[in-house]
Design a protein around this ligand. Sequence first.
Ligand code: PHE
Length: 454
Amino acid sequence: MAVQRGGFSTRMGFILAAAGSAVGLGNIWKFPFEVGQGGGAAFVVLYLTCCFVLCFPVLVAEIAIGRKTRRNAVGAFKALGYHKWAFIGYLGLTSGVLILSFYNVVAAWALGYFVEMVTGNFGIGKMFGDFTADYISVGLYSILFMGGTAFVVSRGVSGGIERAAKILMPTLFIMVLCLIIYAMTLPNAVEGLKFYLVPDFSQITGQVVYSALGQAFFSLSLGMGALITYGSYVNREDNIVSSASLITLTDVGVAVLAGFMIFPFVFSQGIETDGGAGLIFITLPGVFESLGSTLGVVIGGLFFLLLSFAAFTSTISLLEVPTSYMVDEHKIERSKATWIVALIIFAVGIPSLLSNGAVEALGKFASLPGTGTLDFMTFVGLIANDLFLPLGGFLIAVFTIYVWKKENFNEELTHGDSHLKGSWLQSYVNFALSYICPLLLGLIFLVTVLDSFF
Ligand code: PHE
């Protein structure tokens, strides 16, 4: 007997959920600091190019594989008859578990900061190190975050994931707009925008290209089967390419908008833009403090609530990948599967939780030739985001075109989309998946390995 898998009830529900997966800490926390370190607008141009040229075709391929097979990231390859290729799915599961294990810790920081802002404790920015080292508080916030995520996922696709996305995504959008409007009124906002929008192409180095690509991949939730999984709940008649376009545009749109609020904020205080991972957690509380106690609480609270919401729709998708694997392949009831997986991932995340000041050995976990000393959390991020995701994307492109075969892929793609047949967009997606994606993604994978480990 077939298991009851559930599915999205509307196309809009799917688009919002997938956009929710894409829009996350990657857009609001990581994107601005990567822009700051990558020299500003030149990075933005590269990032946008990568999203549309390289990532969009992979996004389409993932959704097509999911919709065709109606299976999880591992089962999809088996359902197509390629059992050996199911290793791509297992790689994806591993990436998902690893990413969620540390992502949940950063999400817990965001939630914790929301509470600090609302209670008017702006000094927290100067005590970021003490905050992350306090593993009891951060641990409690991360239990809360993982628990909330598991609660939503356990309620199923339409009753949990879709419903949450339908509430959170529009709210998130409104919050971003309010914050941008406010940020524009700050002194020096124009300087911030200049840095953000006027490209200086002399800033582009190999390293910048490579981090723009990694960022594009992470930001679109690609290369680990999250979109195969969500795609498996999509109605057969829905249009894949136009859904994928909307998902890409929303993700890119929110990242770009995030810059419009963060750079005016940062420049209003004349603070350096290359603050790295702490840009948001260290710099912004000081900016909010300068707004005065009432306005600071409102704007600061709003900002970290926004960050928590964005993270939440992403943790939901990260948890759904292993959950749907357990439901489909091991016939475990959804709610039970969800809580078991959440517990395991939480446990996997404990060293990451402890690696930001609580346990010294975990803070200096690995010393790699290319990157120097890394804490455990950054190390796991390097392996999962920078290595596994591009590798997964490479394998998915190769699988789609050369194993599953172009004809079958295109048949699935054009089902429910009569206009696509013979269009330039279809030709482009095929060309990119056949040549551009395998070449560039394969190259990035190799460069990352050589760069980091040798
Ligand atoms: N796209 C998410 C973000 O930008 C992160 C993510 C990666 C989510 C992979 C799911 C899968 O924060």
